[in-house]
Design a protein around this ligand. Structure first.
Ligand SMILES: Nc1nc2c(ncn2[C@@H]2O[C@H](COP(=O)(O)OP(=O)(O)OP(=O)(O)O)[C@@H](O)[C@H]2O)c(=O)[nH]1
Ligand SMILES: [Mg+2]
Length: 329
């Protein structure tokens, strides 16, 4: 272990991340997820490092076969990218128990490979928090020397689109036999797709699913000739073609597009991220009896989390005023 004296020490943890130690990377991600003081410090220190790695988003309805597909693509992708990380983000559930276990099992074939890092993010489902945490984790993985990061998102809502926007190439996976799976591909998800995949092509209904998807593209005014890739993890058909398509898309990405994947949508969004980080640091570090009281009230249910947040913002505003007044005198 290089210089990892204590997991409490952000500088030594960052050094170990830069030495590509998997344990240090895992610990640093936990700190970022839990928004501890060290996590906040790390997030600031690695900001922008995500530009060092290429990024692919894999998204689609639950059970479409996203994890199985990533597992099947891995061997091929490892010939092109020396170190690969897979992170699973489930914005819809606070604790993604079953899905996480399933993903682990499906990617078990690669979990012993030192060049593959697999991690599920237990996002807390805060507004904007999913995106911010994922962005910081991508930065951290960049600092840890990953060449490719694959982000799997479960769910079909707006936060999924936001997470996908952090990646350069977006793959949308669907499959037959998911009931009303097309309904699950809500507006926005289809629009962001660079590559559309119908997985489980070995199932009899796969052709109908492809036709349905094509009709839906047409209905929404998309170029219906946009290719839909048919893949089966079971028979391995189309897996190589999908790996080629992903690498091809990544190679086509201009450096500007790559950098844009790491830019918040607007300067105001950037300010929002910075304010949230500064506020989080203050809440964690300030010794203030009013903040302590709010924490207790939320803990005991006297205030809802929302009310607690509003109350904390008022206290932070007063604290910020005090700091300003002191710097003026
Ligand atoms: N027949 C068939 N089954 C598949 C194929 N790919 C995956 N499956 C099965 O589909 C189920 C779901 O696969 P997952 O890889 O967990 O799907 P997922 O999209 O990652 O699921 P969540 O992470 O829970 O949203 C599993 O039982 C897989 O074995 C395929 O190509 N053909
Ligand atoms: Mg999965």
């Amino acid at each position: 272990m290089t210089g990892l004296r204590s997991e409490r020490d952000a500088a030594s943890l960052l050094e170990a991340v830069r030495q590509r130690e998997p344990l240090a990377i895992a610990r640093a991600i936990t700190a970022i997820e839990n928004r501890t003081a060290i996590g906040t410090e790390l997030a600031v220190a690695v900001r922008g490092c995500g530009r060092a790695c290429r990024t692919v988003g894999v998204t689609g309805p639950p059970g479409a076969g996203k994890s199985s597909l990533i597992n099947a693509l891995m061997q091929d992708l490892l010939t092109r990218y020396a170190r690969i990380a897979v992170i699973t983000v489930d914005p819809s559930s606070p604790i993604s128990g079953g899905a996480v276990l399933g993903d682990r099992v499906r990617m078990a074939a690669h979990s012993a490979n030192p060049d593959v890092f697999i991690r599920s993010l237990a996002t807390r489902g805060h507004l904007g928090g999913v995106t911010r945490t994922t962005r910081s984790v991508l930065d951290l993985l960049g600092a840890g020397g990953m060449e490719l990061v694959i982000v799997e998102t479960v769910g079909t809502g707006q936060s999924e689109v936001e997470v996908a926007e952090l990646t350069e190439v977006k793959v949308v996976v669907c499959a037959p036999g998911l009931g009303d799976e097309m309904q699950a591909i809500k507006a926005g998800v289809l629009e962001i797709a660079d590559l559309l995949v119908v997985n489980k092509a070995d199932l009899p209904d796969a052709a109908r699913t492809s036709a349905h998807l094509k009709a839906m593209l047409h209905h929404r005014g998309h170029d219906e000739r946009r290719s839909i890739l048919s893949v089966s993890v079971v028979s391995n058909d189309g897996v190589r073609a999908l790996a080629d398509a992903i690498s091809g898309r990544l190679n086509d990405c201009s450096p500007q597009a790559q950098a844009a994947a790491f830019q918040p949508a607007s300067p105001r969004a950037m300010l929002a991220v910075d304010v949230a980080e500064a506020a989080a640091a203050l809440v964690l570090d300030a010794s203030d009896s009013r903040l302590d009281a709010i924490v207790e009230d939320v803990k005991h249910g006297n205030l809802s989390r929302h009310q607690g947040t509003r109350a904390a913002i008022s206290v932070l505003a007063e604290l910020a005023g005090d700091i300003q007044a002191r710097s003026r005198s």
